[in-house]
Design a protein around this ligand. Sequence first.
Ligand SMILES: Cc1ncc(COP(=O)(O)O)c(C=O)c1O
Length: 391
Amino acid sequence: MKNKRYNLADSTIGPPDYKVMENFLKARKYLNQSVYTKNFEKKFSKFLGSKYSTFVNSGSSANLLMAQVLLEGNFLKNKTVVLPSVSWSTTVSPFVQLGYKIILCDCDKFNLGLCINSLERICKKYKPGLVLVVNVLGHSNNFQKLKSLKRKYNFQLLEDNCESLGSKTNKGRLGTIGLASSHSFYYGHHISTIEGGMISTNDKKFYNLSLSIRSHGWARDVQKKFRLNLEKKFKIDEFKSLFTFYYSGFNVRSTDLNASLGIEQLKKIRKISLIRQMNYNRYKKNLSTFWCQKSDLKILSSFGYATFVKNRLDVFKYLRKKKIQSRPLICGNMAQQPFIKNKFKNKINLNNAKFVDKYGIYLPNHANLSKGDIDYISEQFLKIAKPIFFS
Ligand SMILES: Cc1ncc(COP(=O)(O)O)c(C=O)c1O
């Protein structure tokens, strides 16, 4: 094991995928978004258990597109959004860019999703129109309690599921609970289309708006009935049809080449999730004296093994010497990130997120790690790391 490197992430794209792309390129003249994209979207919806999916060029674009669809479709009672403090830059930044009033919420001490008590206090005071959750590193939020708060305070719910593709509760997969969800197919994620992302929803209007806003705001890609209604409403004739823009759109499309890769990658997702779950359980057993992330799941499609250590920099440096990568727990507390810190005053108590920011670390988990690899990483980690727990 001496010369082996233990990276946080590894490629899921191998020789069968190259063959698929090669065959695609030989067979097709038109390489842009077309039938392969439709096919990938259909297969992805079937896997996830949702009605509709929209393929885009990244998970970040999926978040941006969801944020714009909500505005253009008048889905919200107001533009106040609650976002997780333990999340990713592009979980938060689309809402900043589109002029939402953002409130960062503290994280839960067990699953690292939203802290329900903190969220309820925010709902009482600020009456948000939207709550977005991140399912952190494969783990679920407390959706039972979230749903009851949603009923009580009447907000829309979105899921950023970019780190949790494949995780499943007794009721279905993560990413099927809110009005819509985002997914990432970036390098090292559960599956990859090189760059890529997806929005999934059961809502027909949300779906059609996402198809339109993905491509300039035109109606070329929306369902036929939806397009005819728009043309009737705005009195658009055949001549102008292709060049009329109904919504303020982006271009966040991907291509059929990426979709052909996605179709092939999707065949492996179940197996990848199970290996990631096995790795997680092995870490949990090996590192039983340390804090461990918990949520109620039937399948835990783990993304990384999160824990807390008192001496983080020492652990990081020691592991690096042993060729083992480690990193902050996602990216700590978003409220401390420079792009937020000096611009917004977040009046909410973020004590748990501050703890995550100070002590959080995560270890490699991907489908190319063996039991022996997990044992080796655990053994090295135990040699240096000092545990610490939420108070
Ligand atoms: C929670 C979360 N949301 C969004 C993203 C962005 O996804 P992408 O890299 O595909 O833009 C990431 C990236 O890892 C993420 O962890």
